[in-house]
Ligand binder design. Structure first.
Ligand SMILES: Cc1cc2nc3c(=O)[nH]c(=O)nc-3n(C[C@H](O)[C@H](O)[C@H](O)COP(=O)(O)OP(=O)(O)OC[C@H]3O[C@@H](n4cnc5c(N)ncnc54)[C@H](O)[C@@H]3O)c2cc1C
Length: 383
């Protein structure tokens, strides 16, 4: 049996551990620096209200990948859930993402899909030429009324800067639907684990060939006792930030208990105006509408720059970040017995279904590999 070290017990590390363990060819140590498994998907029963709390922010499982959906359902039951977000703006509360209902409400119209598309196209400001920044891109695509109601203040809060300082590429596509579909996701399968995400990760890791060590921070050198390492932590931290820190936005939460059954009537409401400093409020009992609790638990979410001791959440991926990642990536490619996978090690925003898919693919490449371990694939971003 070869000895494998997996750094990190999020979905990336747990799926990789499970697949290698199931092949019965490896013994696996999973080292996790936090005092719990499941990484940012960690859930727990809030001791005060009994509500299932998504500790690092709300997580809705969604995918159109049947292999991933069938796989994850082996490790825990999912309850049906469709994410329908609302947006509070200076002119009222609307269905979000912007859809036909939103457009008709905002402009007091009764458009059909074709009329709405034509109307929004005509709202776009055409006089500016090639958009030079986020604001110009939004005005070109959507016009001032939609931009100022839904995007301007929200973007300022989320990014902590004037939208004119952000590249146009941040708003890649037209964020509008011309039908009444208010499902936040377009995925075929969607749900919330009935017993929470941590229960699923515990089941993934529950195998005689896997040992999990919590409160155990990996630093370079620990790999000496192992035949191979899969690292799912931040790639810049792996190299001691030798070339600088990759840019991330992070979020923090203000916890509230509401002494009543329902605080806001929905799981997630975005605050798109500047009257409040938070970007959204999530009320976690709405993720489990089949459960009954006399009180409610909700969180105000604030966005900020990532400091040294914060958990990195959203890669900023600005041009200088891409250059810096390129430097770390070329170092990673030279590693002899370490592969990098997951959202932090490959500096990408990835949903849960993406990291599960990539971990499954990389695990099977590893198990079925031919040739020298030194030539084995180093980064899951090149899958
Ligand atoms: C606020 C927020 C909301 C999200 N909502 C959704 C959603 O609704 N749906 C969805 O599909 N996805 C969502 N995501 C994305 C989801 O969280 C990620 O896809 C998933 O967590 C990635 O898993 P991972 O294992 O790659 O990373 P992580 O979950 O971050 O796991 C990495 C683990 O490595 C550990 N670690 C790091 N460095 C070390 C070290 N040196 N030594 C030991 N351990 C280490 C960390 O403690 C962590 O446990 C959301 C993300 C955020 C931030």
């Amino acid at each position: 049996m070869q000895k494998i070290l997996i750094v990190g017990a999020g979905f990336s590390g747990a799926v990789m551990a499970r697949e290698l363990a199931a092949s019965n060819r490896y013994t696996i140590l999973v080292a996790e620096e936090r005092d719990h498994v499941a990484g940012n998907c960690h859930t727990r029963r809030d001791p005060e209200t009994g509500i299932m709390e998504h500790v690092y922010g709300p997580h809705i499982f969604n995918t159109s990948n049947k292999v991933v959906w069938d796989y994850i359902n082996r490790f825990g039951e999912f309850s049906p859930y469709i994410n329908r977000v609302k947006a509070e703006t200076n002119s009222g509360t609307y269905s979000f993402p912007i859809n036909l209902h939103t457009i008709n409400q905002l402009f007091h119209k009764n458009f059909n899909p074709r009329e709405a598309r034509k109307f929004v196209e005509e709202l776009g400001e055409k006089k500016m030429g090639v958009p030079a920044n986020f604001e110009e891109q939004a005005l070109t695509l959507l016009g001032r009324e939609i931009y100022e109601n839904f995007l301007k203040s929200y973007t300022e809060k989320q990014w902590g800067c004037d939208p004119r300082q952000l590249p146009a590429s941040v708003l890649k596509r037209l964020p509008v639907r011309f039908n009444y579909n208010d499902n936040y996701y377009n995925s075929q399968y969607q749900g919330i684990p009935t017993e929470g995400y941590t229960h699923i990760i515990q089941n993934l890791l529950n195998h005689p060939n896997i040992t999990v060590k919590l409160n155990s921070k990996f630093t370079k050198g620990h790999e000496a006792d192992f035949d191979y390492v899969f690292y799912t932590g931040p790639i810049d931290a792996y190299y001691g930030f030798a070339h600088g820190r990759l840019g991330y936005r992070t979020v923090y939460f203000e916890r509230h208990v509401f002494d009543g059954e329902d605080y806001q009537g929905n799981a997630v409401i975005n605050y798109c105006h500047d009257k409040v400093p938070y970007t959204r409020i999530h009320e976690h009992k709405h993720f489990m509408p089949h459960e009954k609790h006399p009180k409610s638990l909700y969180f105000k979410e604030f966005s900020k720059e990532t400091q040294e001791n914060d958990i990195p959440f959203y890669p900023k991926s600005l041009p200088h970040d891409r250059d810096l990642y390129g430097i770390y990536r070329s170092l990673a490619l030279k590693e002899e017995k370490t592969s990098f996978l997951g959202r932090l090690a490959t500096y990408r925003y990835l949903d849960m279904h993406h990291v599960i898919d990539e971990a499954l693919q990389l695990a099977h490449k590893f198990i079925n590999r031919k040739g020298d371990l030194r030539t084995f694939q180093k980064l899951s971003d090149s899958l």
